[in-house]
Design a protein around this ligand. Structure first.
Ligand code: SF4
Length: 389
């Protein structure tokens, strides 16, 4: 395995630090090029149109790489994790395996870290990889939150984006470096972002972005929703990627307890505690998965697995913290996304479901304009003390 170059789908900025963590552990790794028209063309050619949009995109990205000159099947592999619950994500790697086999690429493995042990034995790399990868994920969550919080009010246009690009590279470098330095890098990152001159900070309506993890964090696939909201006078907070890992930890703890597996229970609990500890040291805080499930409990039973319960819990948490509107990003026909959309009718706040199938256009712009108008009105009715700065 060590000789194979692992290609990682460019789901979000975190892919860069994941690749860095793999390289630090001796596994050659590279993030696939950004999704483009060619991705969609290839993805649609080998799918029926009924699959989830992230499946079409990631399959297209794999096939684009395979058809590139110089691709070596003997020295390459792809990464596609799994998940369980009422959702099709667990089938991605199996279906992609079938497609690669039919195209004659039987010898190209797809590595699939398993959600059942909360990705604990990721590719046989153990604790060191897991911890490095986790620190990278948290650091990039923080980077994205800082950029999204500060960019809408920046005095010099482009300053936050410039810092974002710089620190994404610095975080990856710190994860990959032998002597680490991630804590120092994150400290400097915060200092530099907070030093950016701002105009009237925090006065714009805060829009919470929840929903399907691949699309909500992938501007190339979600019609660049964050920028659209900013253009219409809002600021955003997107549910962090790290949220999912706390949720899978909790699932592992719960399942171990049900199966009476003290070993699994202890392993999962310890991993969760260490992750929480690292997150605190990096200066990032978020509600626990348990809190999100509790918030969502009037609408969904706690055993309802998958992203729906997290999206509802996170939306309610953001509303508690002064969000003036919620956008639910969902791939067209997404099962958890449809559940969230149905429940949202009972939540009193401007709410916009954005269903993505790769053909978004003017219709979205018009709906977004109306939504932002509602959010601005809603904001006037929210006491300022509740607002997230
Ligand atoms: S979350 Fe939705 S889009 Fe993603 S795999 Fe599950 S059903 Fe498909």
């Amino acid at each position: 395995m060590a000789a194979r170059l692992v290609y990682i789908p460019r789901m979000c900025d975190h892919a860069e630090t994941l690749a860095a963590a793999l390289r630090r552990c001796g596994v050659p790794a590279e993030v696939l090029p950004p999704t483009d028209e060619k991705t969609l063309e290839l993805g649609r050619k080998y799918t029926s149109g009924k699959e989830c949009h992230p499946f079409t995109v990631t399959t297209g990205d794999f096939l684009k790489k395979i058809t590139e000159p110089g691709f070596d099947p003997q020295r390459s592999a792809f990464l596609m994790p799994t998940a369980s619950g009422p959702c099709r994500f667990g089938q991605y790697h199996q279906t992609q395996r079938i497609i690669l086999d039919r195209l004659g690429y039987r010898d190209v493995p797809i590595f699939s870290p398993d959600v059942r042990d909360s990705y604990g034995r990721s590719m046989g790399l153990g604790l060191k990889f897991r911890r490095l990868a986790w620190r990278g994920i948290v650091a990039v969550d923080l980077l994205n939150e800082l950029a999204a919080a500060i960019r809408p009010d920046e005095k010099t246009s482009g300053a936050a984006d410039k810092l974002h690009a710089y620190y994404l590279a610095m975080i990856s470098k710190a994860i990959e470096a032998k002597n680490g330095g991630i804590f120092k890098t994150v400290k400097e990152m915060k200092r530099d972002f907070f030093a950016l001159p701002r105009l009237n900070p925090g006065h714009k309506p805060l829009i919470g972005i929840v929903g399907e993890i691949f699309l909500r964090c992938n501007p190339a696939c979600n019609a660049d929703i964050v920028r659209k909201v900013e253009k219409l006078g809002g600021r955003t907070y997107t549910a962090p990627i790290s949220e999912w890992f706390y949720y899978t930890n909790l699932g592992y703890i719960y399942e171990s307890w049900l199966r009476r597996s003290p070993q699994g229970f202890a392993r999962a609990l310890l991993a969760d505690l260490i992750q929480r500890w690292d997150e605190r040291r990096l200066g990032h805080r978020q509600p626990s998965a348990l809190k999100l499930i509790r918030l969502a409990s009037p609408y969904l039973h706690h055993t309802f697995k998958g992203e729906a319960i997290l999206s509802i819990g996170k939306a309610l948490d953001l509303i508690e913290n002064g969000a003036a509107g919620i956008i639910n990003i969902m791939p067209f026909t997404c099962m958890p996304g449809t559940v969230v959309s149905a429940i949202a009718k009972q939540i009193e706040i401007p709410w916009l479901d954005v269903s993505i199938d790769g053909t978004e256009g003017v219709n979205l712009e018009i709906r977004l304009e109306a939504f932002m108008h509602q959010a601005a009105s809603y904001k006037k009715s929210v006491p300022r003390a509740r607002e997230r700065k």
